[in-house]
Write a protein that binds this ligand. Sequence first.
Ligand SMILES: NC(=O)c1ccc[n+]([C@@H]2O[C@H](COP(=O)([O-])OP(=O)(O)OC[C@H]3O[C@@H](n4cnc5c(N)ncnc54)[C@H](OP(=O)(O)O)[C@@H]3O)[C@@H](O)[C@H]2O)c1
Length: 287
Amino acid sequence: MLGNHAHKHMDGAALAKRLLENAARKVEQIKHASNVTPALATVLVGDDPASIVYTRMKRKRCTDAGMRPVRIELPRDTSTEHLVSEIRKLGADPAIHGILLQHPVPSPIDKRAAFEAIPPEKDVDGVTSATLGRVVLGMDAFTPCTPAGIMRLLEEYKIPIDGVHAVVIGRSPILGRPMASLLINAHATVTLCHSRTRDLPAIVRQADILIAAVGKPRFVQADWVSEGVVVIDAGYNEGNIGDVDFDAVIERASHITPVPGGVGPMTIATLINQTATAAAQQLNVVL
Ligand SMILES: NC(=O)c1ccc[n+]([C@@H]2O[C@H](COP(=O)([O-])OP(=O)(O)OC[C@H]3O[C@@H](n4cnc5c(N)ncnc54)[C@H](OP(=O)(O)O)[C@@H]3O)[C@@H](O)[C@H]2O)c1
């Protein structure tokens, strides 16, 4: 029988709201000190419906925080060269403080070349190799927004990380890989799983903290997890469905992020905060 498990929810939406209010205060300070409105450029290539929604939402949050969203839309058949040159232009423009290239970019484009064209000081989404290197080494950086948002959520709920076993499913450069690094830096013992991992359920069963970043709806099953596990579902599949079989897994979990309302809002709140910080740094405003 399903009980009332609301107390197990990690409310990313509520925390993100507070973080966005904080970002708006930072933006006010920046405007007051410099007379400049911080600006975030969102670059969308092609017409993937989910990407259109995500970039629109990011621009809306940008406006809500008092910043200026700059919308760049390029056709699906854009060449790598053209995209790189557009990103370089934004990189050189002093009125732009953060650059977000929405992924996935259409497959003929060399996405690594496009990401690398973002100057590190404007890499507010944390996608360049320079940023990932800094994250791995535990240096100050604009951390990839989803893993950074997850760490903030774990902190908010006072989840112990030091010495625990964290299992991350997924090794993408923007999510699983930096997630594993942040957890290692916080002294977890980390197992990073992916599509070639043998006997995934047996590894997941050993997790004190489980991060699902797979991109497969309701992939993680209740009989894979141990009693008391903390479950972070970074998945966002069509129809607002996560990577975890939420209704069954919540029975065993001590804490779990809902989808929607868990990791998603934290990702955007991190992006907006990092853009405000980037603007402050570029405008020499001490916050
Ligand atoms: N909430 C947010 O703000 C937010 C932001 C970004 C992404 N997401 C969501 O997070 C999920 C992951 O995104 P992503 O960009 O990291 O995806 P991705 O680049 O497609 O990576 C998926 C990862 O899952 C692994 N995987 C696939 N099938 C597997 C299996 N059967 N067993 C174990 N591992 C498997 C892949 O392994 P291989 O490396 O071996 O292929 C890969 O490392 C998606 O649902 C996405 O929508 C959410």
